[in-house]
Design a protein around this ligand. Sequence first.
Ligand SMILES: [Ca+2]
Length: 176
Amino acid sequence: MPRRSERQHQQRHAAADLGLQRERRSAWTSAGFPTSTGGGGASASPTIQAEAYNGQSGTSTEACGDTGGGQDVGWISDGDWLQYNNVDFGSGGWHTFNARVASGAPSGVSGTVEVHLDSLTSTPIGSFSVGSTGGWQNWTTVPSAISTTTGTHTVYLKFATGSGQDFLNLNSFTLS
Ligand SMILES: [Ca+2]
């Protein structure tokens, strides 16, 4: 784990690049693409760190208390979004989006996460709701069905809540 000063430096200059490099060291090939393919024997894709986004609106990152979490993306509220380029759904097709989430939203406050491919305005391939998990660093995995998808896509996560409040911290996600 980098010390705080180092992390802040990285966060200012290369948060997204850092996250991708961290993934490549552990699970990605030197070409930057996952080695496994959906349905080809592997049970899940490599983990994609939320903070390794290629674009975002309305969110911020912070240190993540989840095991191996690095940073999480928080301050997520209505209309915010995250973008991940070159996500490999493999040739067999993944059909579940597994989100590692936490929420300290008050009781009764929840929101939805829509998974879009290649455009923020495309028809979502799936969506799921998140309410309080008991704390902003109380992590749980939420699996949700998505349309079976193959190939490489830009993934957009689009957030909506009628509450007007932050409702979600996202650590990472995998496909299975
Ligand atoms: Ca993370």
